[in-house]
Design a protein around this ligand. Sequence first.
Ligand code: FAD
Length: 427
Amino acid sequence: MSIQPSPSSPPKAPAADTERVLIVGGGPAGLSMACALADAGISSCVLEAAPLSALQDPAEDGREIALTHPGRAVLEALGQWALLPPEEIAPLRRAHVFNGEAPEHLGFGTTDGQGELGYLVANHWLRRIAYRAVERRADRIELRTDCRVSGLNLNATPELAEVRLSTGESLRAPLVIAADSRFSTVRRMAGIGAQMRDFGRSVIVCRLAHSGPNEGIALECFHYGHTLALLPLNGGCSSLVLTVSAERAAEMQAWDAERFRAWVQAQLQGRLGEISLASPRHLYPLVACYAHRFTTRRLALVGDAAVGMHPVTAHGYNFGLYGVQKLANILGTAHAQCQDLGDAALLQRYAAKHRRRTWAIYQGTNAVVNLFTDERAPARLLRKGVLQIARRLPPLQAAISAQLTGRTPPLPLPLLRGLQALRAIRS
Ligand SMILES: Cc1cc2nc3c(=O)[nH]c(=O)nc-3n(C[C@H](O)[C@H](O)[C@H](O)COP(=O)(O)OP(=O)(O)OC[C@H]3O[C@@H](n4cnc5c(N)ncnc54)[C@H](O)[C@@H]3O)c2cc1C
């Protein structure tokens, strides 16, 4: 199904093959990509496997997305942020990290103690505002739903790539952008490999209502055998993110609501007061991915198809938004100069910039996950030592806070090397 131009915009025939870009995937990254291209004067056609209703009114999926300040800035520039009801934006003021049962914590906040570290917004809201922003640009965006891409030919002609749809139809364009999730089939069909990291763990997420205040503070409790994160939401609620082995997650997901609630209540040791479950529970296997390349001939990867993060450092969709902005800027300038949008040098510039922005944080996040989920005695000792050192080093805390807020360039190389060394010691 295609969405029609809104009544206020003039009816417009679909752009010719050479004048539009094909975007595979109408998730938040693909829809935001279409919006950013439209604002740069470039028409696109978004091809999405799901039905239109799933985009218009996305179901609650338990994910609460922590947005950085630069992530919010991209949503503002795309006119999406203003579409969020204020009560759906929860400020994240501080984060407290606990190790095992130890009462002391490592705290992160903004360097001046003012303002927010970031913002929490439900994923279904981010998807909804991305769709609404697309609707408002219907003169430059064609959206085809119930439309699965099943084939790719990047050499259809010297000027055009071609995608094949499961209906048998083919579409051509100078550039294909893949935004079809971390398990991207387009990436695979293009022969681009990816570093896939299966953590062997799953997260169970749901909303909790509680009698005590959360004060805008996220709690990250690294217990032995499981990790419990509580993300502060508005209205006396928090989002629970429980990480356990895949097997244990399946078992706990089968518990009835009261058994699960009582278990979480016991783990919280009185923090947040009396709790109750305020939404269904959702389960996600934890798999991270980093594409070996972000571009190839007439193809660029964005969103999770390029970098799919472990959620612990909350960068996944933020990275998607940074990539969207970068690629749209480059293509917008090229379009204004009537350049070929599939030009390899242009795409390479996007790839190099996106890699610089994401690679160190991807590796750093995986190193942190390794350290904090290894249950062996030396790793436990190392973890305790790292937290103690960090507590005594305010500049390190400030550097990590800056990373969380997205307010600094990528992790300095020495810090990354340190994380890698820790990983090497651990194994
Ligand atoms: C538990 C959890 C917590 C998270 N927390 C955070 C956080 O705090 N901060 C943060 O920034 N990020 C977070 N993330 C990550 C964030 O949710 C993702 O980065 C983001 O949703 C990815 O969007 P996307 O559009 O790239 O991919 P997706 O949302 O996966 O969308 C891909 C789309 O492509 C479509 N598609 C796939 N194949 C085809 C095909 N062949 N043809 C046509 N269409 C196709 C799919 O139907 C889908 O609509 C979290 C993720 C999880 C699981």
